[in-house]
Design a binder for this molecule. Structure first.
Ligand code: HEM
Length: 483
């Protein structure tokens, strides 16, 4: 192997990297010790702020191939040709847990996929639970505050932390459907290889003729779906806290692929108001007997990150990263997600975060945005504005691919609570559980509520009763409470 010599970050040779420059053997270190200053100053800045949520994650690279052309439904370039592999990067994460948290704790898992398409990056930023606890994004910071540690003690366990979480949930009964997932075995995950993923929000697919359909994304793990019970989760959190991250890395390092099938559910735009529920309400699923899953393609993960910080920690996913053929619905939660991801990433990583290798689109970028910290793109020529004649008018606006969509929107500007039935899907889900699943759900709810302040517990019991009398009575009985 060719010998390599140590250099500073400026490229200068470093002859001694182990001993500071001191006056005599026991004297002070000199300010002119540039080797020490650079090494320590760089070390001081090794951490970037952790994500405000979904802080702990694991990632892998791979590719996506559609089974057949989806051109009838979408003009998205990466869904046209079954011969074409689109590179992807995926990050799985824990929503509430901080960096260093245990992988198996009860939590929402993130399932984020970045497609490096020829038309730019397309991100599907999803979760492993198909529904969301709230209907309005204005409540999102409160939801996250209630999930995160107590602001006084910074503690996550104990009666105060539990009461904070249930306090919020009991005041937002639309969370009932979500809670029946989180507190079933779905809430405890040992392996990302056997975990489902959901886009949760409703997106639009748009074809070349400008025709739109609503869609919901599903990721089905090819290794089968498997979750663990709470006892196993607690044990593993102590003995192997990084189990899901290690399991993903080791499987790929051993030469196995990790695979998921992408499916979509489809709803015609003209049927939006004909259903017994609001299909754009992200606290609801679209029942699969009404909206069967259409298999779209296969995602294969086959390459581990080379460096965790560079590839995973600095990765940045955003629901706003869409390509032609994909659009947003008026799902209020989705609308609320279009701005904040890029905004936090400009703060968390830096304004030029899209120039980092893991985030960089695989096609060339050409526009007149410039400068900012850590800029690496040379914008050539004096015409750093548009329109221009000095630069030949370049870059020209891209031609429209296909017929444009013209949507008409009207309404009174107001702040309104979105309407919806808070209980019926939770009721349906509970009634269709096996006896073992019901036992686990009730045991998990009971354990979580046992430490909670009395009035909050009582409020939750009312919601359980409204969901299903049997569910409410069994939880009341396990908590030794009367209704
Ligand atoms: C109003 C609703 C929401 C808001 C305001 C919001 C905001 C955020 C923010 C600010 C981050 C941190 C991003 C970063 O630092 O890179 C984040 C991460 C994330 N969010 Fe949301 N979120 C919302 C709802 C959702 C929903 C409905 C889902 C699932 C469908 C979701 C899935 C995720 C995932 C998976 C990540 C981690 C992305 C990664 O792997 O880096 N979020 N969210």
């Amino acid at each position: 192997m060719a010998k390599r010599y140590l250099t500073s970050n400026q490229g200068a040779p470093v002859t001694d990297d182990q001993h500071s420059l001191t006056v005599g053997e026991r004297g002070p270190i000199l300010l002119e010790d540039t080797v020490f200053l650079e090494k320590i100053a760089h070390f001081d800045r090794e951490r970037i702020p952790e994500r405000v949520l979904h802080a702990k994650g694991a990632g892998a690279f791979g590719f996506f191939v559609p089974y057949k052309s989806m051109s009838a439904l979408t003009k998205a370039e990466f869904l046209q040709n079954p011969e074409k592999k689109t590179p992807v990067f995926v990050r799985f994460s824990l929503a509430g847990g901080s960096l260093g948290g245990a992988d198996t704790v009860r939590d929402i898992r993130g399932f984020s996929v970045k497609f490096y398409t020829d038309e730019g990056n397309y991100d599907i930023v999803g979760n492993h639970i198909p529904v969301f606890p709230i209907r309005d994004p204005l409540q999102f910071p409160d939801l996250v505050h209630a999930l995160k540690p107590d602001p006084v003690t910074n503690v996550r366990g104990g009666p105060i932390a539990a009461s904070r979480f249930w306090d919020f949930m009991s005041l937002r009964p639309e969370s009932m459907n979500f809670l029946t997932y989180l507190f079933s075995d779905v809430g405890t995950v040992k392996s990302y290889r056997t975990m489902q993923g959901f886009g949760v929000n409703t997106y639009k697919w748009i074809n070349l003729c400008g025709e739109e359909v609503y869609i919901k994304y599903h990721w089905q793990p090819c290794a089968g779906v498997e979750y663990i019970d709470s006892k196993t989760a607690v044990r593993l959190a102590g003995s192997d806290p990084d189990i899901a991250q290690r399991d993903l890395f080791d499987s790929i390092a051993e030469g196995h692929t990790v695979e998921y099938e992408m499916c979509v559910q489809i709803l015609k735009v003209e049927d939006e108001c004909k259903l017994p529920f609001d299909p754009l309400d992200s606290t609801h699923i679209w029942p699969e007997d009404m909206f069967p899953l259409l298999p779209v393609g296969r995602m294969v993960l086959n390459k581990n990150p080379g460096n965790f910080f560079v590839d995973v920690e600095q990765s940045a996913f955003a629901p706003a990263a869409v390509v032609p053929g994909i659009g947003f619905s008026n799902d209020r939660i989705l609308q609320g997600r279009i701005f904040p991801y890029g905004d936090t990433q400009r703060y968390r990583i830096g304004v030029n975060y899209l120039q980092l290798p893991t985030n960089m689109p695989r096609r060339s970028i050409d526009n007149k945005m410039q400068d900012g910290a850590m800029q690496t793109i040379y914008s050539e020529g004096v015409a750093n504005y548009l329109p221009n004649t000095i630069g030949g008018g370049m870059p020209a606006e891209a031609p429209e691919t296909g017929k444009p969509v013209c949507n008409f929107v009207s309404g009174i500007i107001d702040r309104k609570e979105p309407s919806g039935d808070d209980y019926y899907q939770a009721r349906y889900r509970y009634r269709n559980m096996s006896p073992k699943e019901k036992d686990h759900l009730i045991a998990n709810f009971t354990e979580a509520l046992s430490q909670v302040y009395e009035p909050i517990k009582r409020r939750m019991l009312e919601h359980f009763m409204r969901t299903d009398k049997e569910l409410g009575s069994r939880i009341a009985q396990s908590l030794n409470m009367t209704m």
